[in-house]
Design a protein around this ligand. Sequence first.
Ligand SMILES: [Zn+2]
Length: 410
Amino acid sequence: MQRPKRKNPVLRTRLPTLPPAARSRVALGLTAAAALGRFELQQCRDCGTVQYPPREACQKCLSVVLDWKAQPTEGELLAQTVLHHSNDLFFRERLPWRLGLVKLACGPTVVSHLHEEIKNPPMKVRIRAMLDRAGQAVIAALPDKENCDMADDRQLREFTCDPKHRKVLVTDGKTALGQALIKELVSAKTEIVWVGYAEPWKKFAGFDELEKIPQVTLMPLDVTDSKNVRELAAEIAGKVDIVVNNAEVHRSFGIGNRQGVETARAEMDVNYFGLLRLAQEFGPAMRSRGADGSSSAVAWVNLLSIYALANFPPHGTFSASKAAAHSLAQCLRAEMRPAGVRVVNVFPGPIDDEWNQLLPPPKVAPAALAEAIVGALREGIEDVYPGDVAQEWLARWRDNPKALERELSA
Ligand SMILES: [Zn+2]
């Protein structure tokens, strides 16, 4: 893929359109799994038949007990075709478009979008459930090898949020995670990384190193200062393709062992109101650029916490601020969706930083977390639970939210 040409400001910006988004309620199971980067299909509990498309009753024995289960991704391409015409506005602007029929190893035959390396059938492929610009699951067929380049594939780039050739704002460059994110983004060939840092009158550890990276531009940014956020947005909001909001305040303690509300207010001011300020100032400009060529505005990443799902009393007020941010992020997701801009929520377990010193391992290292975040953008995943702790707590929370609440408070 060539670096996109400089935009001619006189020409019109293509308005965002979405691929067809209507799905039945039962079909949302495929979307829910794809949002986590999983491929699940319904499987009959009585006879074991795997179902596709999603349905209310088993196609073989009419049982109504169909469970969503992870399925193997191997398949064989049976046929392919190229669309040269479409009445759908989204696809009409992206023609020609290749589709194929894939016979899955688990039984059903599915219609798939094809990676460009997939040529003539018959051919072994592996498939992946991905979210499209409307946020609904579609199936893509990829070459049958571990690593294939998704960033450069014209069709798959319409589903992912790959930072390659894009311009990214990281809201806090002071933290270990912020600095790991910047390195990860630069190695993913991001064109520009704007890096926010609060309290610009004092230098921070790593400042000089960041300044030397050619793609990095350091920008004073305090997400608690509405005027500062507005001024930064006036300067760069029309160019930002991806916002990674990693600014957070994290203090330990719950309710009883701290007097007053100042600390809790500081957490809310950054973790909740900071997101609100950024979303109000950057959201509208990004929404208008949701279809702006191959390097359009595509994603908004929020650093939340697994404690947004259930309160962790030793970090009680922090958990509450992240729960508030999670709720607001769902609102942002709904508002960004019509433009095809994906809101990616990241729910790490304890990060290996100064505020979790007293927690025993396993803790997720900032570099591993940064890798997971950039990986989610590359694969187009919407909800990210990086690390073993987050994965385990997610499984318990899905199984029984009350059990997780009790375990975290034990
Ligand atoms: Zn059955």
